[in-house]
Design a protein around this ligand. Structure first.
Ligand SMILES: NC(=O)C1=CN([C@@H]2O[C@H](COP(=O)(O)OP(=O)(O)OC[C@H]3O[C@@H](n4cnc5c(N)ncnc54)[C@H](O)[C@@H]3O)[C@@H](O)[C@H]2O)C=CC1
Ligand SMILES: O=C(O)C1=N[C@H](C(=O)O)C[C@H](O)C1
Length: 233
């Protein structure tokens, strides 16, 4: 498969290695300010840039009709308008706050735990995410996905940045430390004890492998998908 990398930062570089190991060819490495139309010669574009660039990039890639994988976080409020554009142009898009197999399994555990714990009001829930100091968005896209999964099971509608939750709102602590690839913790705390589930990425390879597998899976498909569709969860 011919792949165009849109964004050649930390993730773009790992995706290049993983894609080449799987026998794919990188036909374009697109940086900020470059002409995106070069991506039209690729079978798939893999977009990992930044929250201020992603919407313009996606709009152009959809118009070019290039099947697109988007890992950039921090644009959830634009999902409905991007979905409309994909449908109008009959193109294909996989987007996910986290492309790793481990986190997508963790998401399933999170939903099951939320359903169980919702019956026990003595436990208070809070979320923690830890990332490297260069990260632009807070909370992380993955933490917001964890929150949305819990909200769907419990009806809890609000979150705020911080480590303490209240009756009305779940606290999401966003911690920034050098070199941390991505750690997410869901904690249920009572006076007596704490129940926690945790996912810790040891490298960026899992995110990159998931993105390349999503590009392989998307070939010949139309519509908007997430990693749940790719993995058949
Ligand atoms: N969904 C997932 O599994 C994962 C998502 N991410 C997300 O991916 C994004 C990128 O992460 P990193 O690679 O760590 O960031 P990074 O800052 O190392 O790399 C981003 C690159 O995109 C470039 N860029 C910015 N605007 C651009 C544009 N308009 N066209 C082309 N290139 C442009 C930047 O100059 C930079 O080189 C972030 O939003 C991050 O949250 C990161 C890891 C996993
Ligand atoms: O910026 C990162 O690095 C990461 N971003 C994603 C997120 O916001 O959830 C996924 C992963 O945790 C790494």
């Amino acid at each position: 498969m011919k792949i165009a990398l849109v964004g050649y930062g930390k993730m773009g570089k790992v995706i290049e290695r993983v894609a080449q190991d799987r026998g794919h060819e990188i036909v374009a490495k697109i940086s900020r300010g470059d002409d995106l139309s070069i991506a039209s010669k690729a079978d798939a574009a893999i977009e990992f840039t930044s929250p201020d660039s992603v919407i313009e990039n996606l709009e152009t890639l959809i118009q070019l009709g290039v099947p697109t994988i988007c890992g950039t976080t921090g644009w959830n409020e634009h999902i409905p308008e991007i979905k409309n554009q994909v449908e109008r142009n009959q193109s294909g898009l996989v987007h996910a706050s986290n492309f790793s197999l481990g986190v997508n399994l963790f998401f399933e555990l999170n939903k099951q735990l939320a359903e169980l714990m919702n019956r026990f009001q003595e436990y208070q829930l809070h979320l923690t995410e830890i990332h490297h100091t260069e990260k632009k968005d807070a909370p992380s896209g993955t933490a917001l996905s964890l929150f949305e999964q819990i909200a769907e099971k419990t009806g809890n509608k609000n979150w705020h940045l911080g480590s303490n939750s209240s009756e009305e709102s779940i606290g999401i602590a966003a911690i920034r430390e050098k070199e941390v690839k991505g750690t997410h913790i869901v904690s249920y705390e009572s006076e007596i004890d704490t129940i926690e589930i945790k996912h810790e990425a040891h490298s960026r390879d899992g995110f990159a492998l998931g993105a390349v597998m999503a590009a392989e899976w998307l070939q010949g498909k139309q519509g908007v998908f997430t990693m749940k569709d790719v993995l058949g969860l």
